[in-house]
Write a protein that binds this ligand. Structure first.
Ligand code: AMP
Ligand code: ZN
Length: 112
């Protein structure tokens, strides 16, 4: 398995882990775009949201609820941004589904 995030999940590549449970891990993004920038990674390898299946429904919900719990723990009382980049047009660069949790500043809309 050559997937970077699978290696981070299994511990063979180091990362700054901030949370883990039986379904997911959360790490600090190596190139933070905000004062808070975490990545929530499912332990299961799913290459992108486009390749998630019906059987992943509960897992996908768990990623969102985990992101909110981490946002609350991070003190993001004024709100935050969650992002899942999907495929080339979506700007995905690591082919293991992940949810960005961004906070600590304001974000514009529409995105760039
Ligand atoms: P995306 O462009 O949505 O696929 O996001 C990939 C994210 O992974 C980017 O924000 C990168 O900065 C981040 N990233 C890449 N390599 C690492 C790493 N070794 N540890 C932590 N974050 C990483
Ligand atoms: Zn993977």
């Amino acid at each position: 398995m050559s997937c970077l995030f699978c290696k981070i999940v299994d511990g063979s590549i180091p990362a700054k882990h901030v949370y883990d449970d039986e379904l997911c891990v959360a790490i600090a993004d190596i190139h933070p775009q905000s004062p808070t920038h975490l990545l929530v990674l499912p332990r299961k390898h799913i290459s992108s949201l486009a390749n998630a299946a019906a059987e992943d429904q509960a897992l996908l919900g768990h990623l969102l609820l985990t992101a909110n719990a981490l946002a609350q723990q991070s003190g993001l009382v004024n709100g935050y941004r969650t992002v899942i980049n999907t495929g080339d047009d979506g700007g995905q660069t690591v082919d293991h589904l992940h949810l960005h949790l961004l906070g600590g500043r304001e974000y514009g809309w529409p995105p760039g």
